[in-house]
Design a protein around this ligand. Sequence first.
Ligand code: ZN
Length: 364
Amino acid sequence: MVFRILIKIKPKHSIKSYAIIVIFFAVLQNQKPLNFITYYFISSQTSEAISKRKELLLKEKYLKATQCEYIYDTILIIQGESANKHHMSVYNYSIDTTPFLNTLSHSSNFYKYDIIAPSNQTRFSVPMMFTDADIHSWYEKYSNSVSLITKLKRCGFQTHWISTQSKTGRHEDAITSIAQEADDVVFLANTALQDEIILQHVQNRDTKLTTKQAYIFHISGSHFRYSSRYKDHKLYNNASTIVQEYDNSIFSTDFLLGEILKSFSKNKKTLFVYFSDHGEVVSPDKAGHGYYPSYKDEFDIPFIMYSGIVNPRLRFNENNQKRLNGESINHILEYVIGITQDKNFSYSDTVFSLTPKTKSIIKS
Ligand SMILES: [Zn+2]
């Protein structure tokens, strides 16, 4: 019976119908329900890249710190989440969502940059911001490069990765591989995923450490659902719209940034850095990131640096004022910290829209 059906169907399958199936899949591969097939291939490629990286990192394990040039003895990097710069008053939003950064912006050693995220997905963006992985060769360069963390360790920094995000899963594994490069890895799993839990950890740290310290705080920031991202520190006590809830999450992150910097105020040679993995679409009818096709709001992120000391390298972009691409944030930081002289930064308009295979151009 089955055989007869196959015989019957076979002649109807012309080249044209196969072509239609291929086009159909090509168009819908990033839409539900077909996107699970795309995710399967991406996940296995990523797992392979993580395994390759493991071997690379093993070789680093017993390397001794070498003599390095560097300007700072304390580095504070806050890797934000889903922060759209158009919702931050420090980037000219009309509502005062970032009072701490506004005040800090009056300091002479404060810098904010024009930049786009290289991807609208955390798991591709964060590795591009910390390793050599880039838009054109994500898997290969991710597999074959150590992150900024190892580069700092080579220079004698004690490194800390403090996260309020999840440790494992389809979205997290490539980032956890980077986190594990640090000397001290802490996942502050908390049910509400509120970032203020970081402050307890920072306040309880050993302040007598004499070696150079680098902290990376991977926060939950403004990830959906926004109303669960803040608690005590908010702009609207009774947020009634999704935009107000989102703005509350930005306000709460701004408070966190201020408290982190305050906790390290005794250290003068401090570099304080804040950027987001990607932006966010925030409107009553649409909210989130990881859209395909994507929206510009998913790529418009903040990138802010404040230095406790005068450092002319922070003005690296002053002459051309061109919009940067976040794929080279690690290279920018290496240059600003002083461990490299290389100023070859990315000003590309190309980004990943959802996956490394679906690239798009973000116009200025
Ligand atoms: Zn994200």
